[in-house]
Ligand binder design. Structure first.
Ligand code: FES
Length: 99
């Protein structure tokens, strides 16, 4: 979200923002998972001021990269559908995608 406010490269030149996904923003869905400073974790719970600087963001290596930090998690989601690996709530959901 900080990059999105002012996307620049290492020379300070304006560039397009980075594509990444999010959904719940509360460590539930895993949509925001990415490598942060070399460790896979959920970006929505990574507090920028508590991370070693500079912060290095990379896509997860386990899934095919679609664009920037967005990976294709279909393989995992299909497996969850097969075993009905979720807790039913009210039937609504939204998968956020910022491109
Ligand atoms: S775990 Fe859902 S947006 Fe981070």
């Amino acid at each position: 979200m900080e990059i999105q406010k002012n996307p620049v490269n290492t020379q300070g030149e304006k560039v397009r923002s980075v594509a990444w996904e999010y959904n719940c923003l509360e460590e539930v869905c895993g949509a925001c998972s990415m490598k942060i400073n070399g460790k896979v974790r959920q970006a929505c719970s990574a507090l920028v001021d508590r991370l070693e600087q500079p912060i290095i963001l990379e896509p997860m290596e386990t899934f095919p990269v679609e664009k920037d930090l967005v990976v294709n998690r279909e393989r995992m989601l299909s497996a969850l559908k097969k075993i009905k690996g979720w807790i039913p709530i009210d039937g609504t959901y939204f998968m956020g995608l910022i491109v």
